[in-house]
Design a protein around this ligand. Structure first.
Ligand code: NDP
Ligand code: GDR
Length: 326
């Protein structure tokens, strides 16, 4: 039975990846940072019907000693580094913490793998945010980076350290440059989930408006369930490498909101109000990925359309709110 260790196991991708690996017959271990809200930590795993099937290991990405101990104990074949302070807007408010977790945390894990489990295959959750102020209209593995937030700068450090450990120490370390991916398990602070939850609440009479930031930003949005497959595929390759994972289609936040509200028969323009509190000190205006390398080398392509995904998310939020109202 292959063994996998996932950091960020309580997050959106950690849940979908755990499900994928369990379905493939893996023994799955998750790095769990201690929280006072212990009763809700496996909420996402429960949603996917896999609560209790991931073995939780007490540790933290910023505590190298915990990573060494866990790797010694787990002896994983594959390590997926999904743990991060992942909310871009918060990274301006907590730039140092973002650097410690998202940048140095990845370095801690690479170092622990090098020292304790050098044969393990390593996946780094790199991000399209690294392109930032874009240098080319369609971004591929060859497009230069220009990060625009403390989060993106931290991810870029982690990305290059992954490349560096591969080239310096021969680690089987790959970087997945994933464009935005969403699902019913997306954190409520991210724009798609905020909109699908808002549309559901307004439809059910639980809210009357939705306050939003920049509606003109464009993103290449896919489904997390599809994207975790690409992570796994990267680690099955003989050689480690970096891959863009995207749909190849970009739409505005406005268009995404139109789809979400439209699904419940509402016009978003009647309910969405601008609030400067949700604007960012520096914006990434548009992202559009070129997934042709992932398609050619991994045989991966996105399966779920934006419309299908947003519909699934709105339905999930309606379900949650109706359950609470009962
Ligand atoms: P989430 O924000 O849903 O999950 C982040 C995870 O990181 C949580 O499990 C969180 O734990 C954990 N974490 C935070 N700080 C620490 C720490 N100090 N030590 C250990 N774990 C920690 O992110 P996603 O699932 O959406 O994304 C997964 C990864 O992929 C992230 O690294 C993200 O930056 C990256 N990424 C995401 C994209 C997307 O569109 N979703 C696109 C490109 C990259 P806790 O529950 O305790 O907070
Ligand atoms: P992003 O995701 O910053 O791309 O990072 P987010 O959903 O937060 O923002 C996307 C775009 O929507 C605009 N926007 C708003 N965003 C939020 N959160 N709330 C609002 O009210 C709002 N109004 C407009 C933003 O300005 C932005 O342009 C995500 C994270 O998952 C990262 O961890 C990951 O690396 C990247 O995707 C790829």
């Amino acid at each position: 039975m292959p063994r996998a260790l996932i950091t960020g196991v309580t997050g959106q991708d950690g849940a979908y990846l755990s499900k994928l690996l369990l379905d493939k017959g893996y023994e799955v271990f998750g790095l769990l940072r201690r929280s006072s809200s212990g009763d809700v930590i496996d909420e996402r795993l429960r949603w996917l019907g896999i609560a209790g099937r991931v073995r939780m290991m007490d540790g933290n990405l910023i505590d190298l000693s915990s990573l060494i101990r866990i790797l010694n104990e787990v002896k994983p074949d594959e390590v997926y580094n999904l743990g991060a302070q992942s909310f871009v807007k918060t990274s301006w408010n907590q730039p140092l913490l973002t650097g410690q977790v998202t940048a140095l945390g990845a370095n801690n894990l690479l170092e622990a793998v090098r020292l304790v489990a050098p044969g393990a295959r390593f996946y780094q959750a790199s991000s399209s945010e690294m392109y930032g102020l874009i240098q080319e209209p369609v971004q591929s593995e060859k497009t230069p980076f220009y990060p625009r937030s403390p989060y993106a700068v931290a991810k870029l450090y982690a990305h290059w350290m992954t490349v560096n450990y591969r080239e310096s120490f021969g680690l089987h370390a790959s970087g997945g440059i994933l464009f935005n991916h969403e699902s019913p398990l997306r954190g409520i602070e991210f724009v798609t989930r905020k909109v699908t939850d808002g549309a559901a609440r307004i439809k059910l009479g639980l809210a009357t408006e939705l306050l939003m930031g920049n509606m003109d930003a464009k993103r290449d949005w896919g489904h997390a369930r599809d994207y975790v497959e690409a992570m796994w595929m990267m680690l099955q390759q003989e050689k480690p490498d970096d891959y863009v994972v995207a749909t190849g289609r970009t739409v505005t936040v406005r268009d995404m909101a139109r789809i979400a509200f439209g699904h419940v028969g509402l016009d978003y323009e009647e309910f969405v109000k601008a609030d400067p509190a949700f604007l960012r000190p520096a914006e990434v205006d548009v992202l559009l990925g070129d997934p042709s390398k992932a398609k050619a080398k991994l045989g991966w392509s996105a399966r779920t359309t934006l419309e299908e995904m947003i519909t699934e998310m709105v339905e999930a939020d309606l379900f949650r709110h109706r359950a609470r109202m009962r």
